[in-house]
Design a protein around this ligand. Sequence first.
Ligand code: PHE
Length: 347
Amino acid sequence: MSEVLSETLREEALHAVGAAPDLPALQAVKTRYLGKSGLVTKELGRLGQLPPEERRRRGAELNVLRQAIEAALTEREAVLKREALDARLASEALDVTLPGLPLPAGGLHPTGRVLGDLTGIFERMGYEVVEGPEVEDEQHNFEALNIPWYHPARDLQDTFWLEDGRLLRTHTSNMQIRYMVTHDPPLKMVSRGKVYRYEATDATHEAMFHQLEGLVVGDGISMADLKGTLAEMARGLFGPGARVRFQPSYYPFVEPGADFAVWWDNPRGESKWLELGGCGMVHPSVLRAVDDLREAAGRERVYEGKTGFAFGLGPERIAMLKYGIPDIRYFYANDPRVLGQFRGELG
Ligand code: PHE
């Protein structure tokens, strides 16, 4: 083993250490020279074959070489570690002065806003707020509401029928029946939810829309109570000056029946009577049908002889006028250009 070789090894090794671009490469250099079968280690292994004199000199020389490589490795490792840390810090740096990303905020749907206003008004008057099934049977949607199968009023509410004979409820009046079967009078409830009509859609008709139904039953409930209640609702919706108008109308489950409208002083200056829905005094046939259902379910007959009123109205109509929405089909087309206008605190 010559001294030239030792010098060459040293030069090569120190160069390789200096050129190692990263820590794994540096580890490879270390293995190549100082590992178990590394070049320097191998030379050290050969010492035993040398004559004693030579061995001491060569041993000292190789030790100096190994220490030099080790020192270079340690130094280079520190440099590379600092570089790696700097790179990581740079890549993870957070510039708190950058403008933030806009967070898309949702908003309440116009129908939900109006339903929320309405239920708030009735809750303050002591009504219970309930919801009911959208898939309904003929009994609750028609029969018990004094609409037998042959009744022409069935044609007024074109129906989506399911294959099993059930249907999508055409109005929330089904909840009048369901509520009275399970609750004893006196009662005050509003029921809200989706209803379905099998009809062509246009600017004022959708196949799915919402209704809010009200029902009050007790002793001596009169038409005056109905009028006072709806006037109170109108004031809650449109302010203290709101007025209500009633016009005779026909619904099989009320007698007398009426349509009601609210005089609305529109801020855009288009004040007019706004037809909101139907109402009337609960028909005795409905109370009898409820008692029949109760009896069949093993409950007491308690409704015959009571009086009550009911009303039903469409929140989309209110929302269209309140927010100036010209077409009911906009409500459920999920167009963000429409719904995006209902963020934050609107009206
Ligand atoms: N259910 C009727 C409709 O959908 C509205 C109504 C409810 C009328 C209660 C009178 C009493 O058209």
